[in-house]
Design a protein. Structure first.
Length: 231
């Protein structure tokens, strides 16, 4: 299997500016690799730094030390040291992210929120919308909602839009932060199927799943984040 993602010696400390600059070490010496066809699950107690690792990979948080290497064709890019434009380029082409919360542009229709990652990759608008519609239908989002902005939706409906947006492309790396937190059993099964399909197609996936049954179903292996706690 080809390695797609590698974290080496990664550390993160948060500075509490509202508390006189107190520093809060969260992670030290994170060592982690994910290859094509893997779904690696991060485990550990709340506050261990699981979501922080995902956000550093996506570039939302800046790593304080170490390397976050993404294999991009013949090139290797260090997200921890890359300029913002390079990180944005990786998001458009290489790394898809499904968070617990949908942050959509106000007044944009749900179908266009889902189709946007395809359009950013140069897919024709009609084809992008058709692919978005097929995924929204599979995720049981009623068609009457597709033309409405997701800000008006319930939590579970918003999460399905969020999931569709993350899965609509064929990005080689997929980051999943509690993707089924707001979903019922039927839709959790659909997400499990989507993850299995992406895994079989060769995507490299790294995620957090508090749903034990889903974790057992989709994970190829688990990594305990507690091993990276500061001394």
């Amino acid at each position: 299997m080809t390695m797609r993602l590698c974290l080496s010696g990664v550390g993160k400390t948060f500075t509490m500016h509202l508390r006189d600059g107190i520093e809060l070490p969260v992670l030290r010496n994170v060592e982690l690799a994910v290859s094509e066809g893997e779904c690696v699950v991060l485990t550990g107690p709340s506050g261990a730094g699981k979501s922080t690792i995902l956000r550093m990979i996506y570039g939302n948080y800046l790593a304080d030390e170490g390397q976050i290497l993404v294999v991009d064709g013949e090139k290797i890019v260090d997200v921890a040291a890359a300029p913002p434009r390079r990180v944005l380029d990786l998001r458009h082409r290489m790394i898809a992210y499904v968070s617990q919360f949908l942050r959509a542009v106000p007044r944009v229709a749900a179908i266009d929120v889902v189709a946007e990652p395809l359009r950013l990759r140069g897919i024709l608008p009609e084809i992008a919308r058709n692919r978005a519609a097929a995924l929204l239908e599979r995720l049981n989002l009623p068609e009457r909602l597709w033309s409405l902005p997701p800000a008006t939706f319930s939590g579970g409906e918003q999460q399905r839009v969020n999931i569709a947006r993350g899965f609509v492309t064929d990005h080689p790396i997929l980051i999943l932060d509690e993707p089924t937190a707001s979903l019922d059993a039927t839709n959790r099964d659909i997400i499990a199927e989507l993850i299995e399909e992406r895994r079989e197609s060769g995507a490299a996936m790294l995620g957090i799943f508090h749903d034990a049954a889903l974790r057992r179903r989709v994970a190829t292996r688990a990594v305990d984040v507690g091993a990276f706690a500061p001394a």
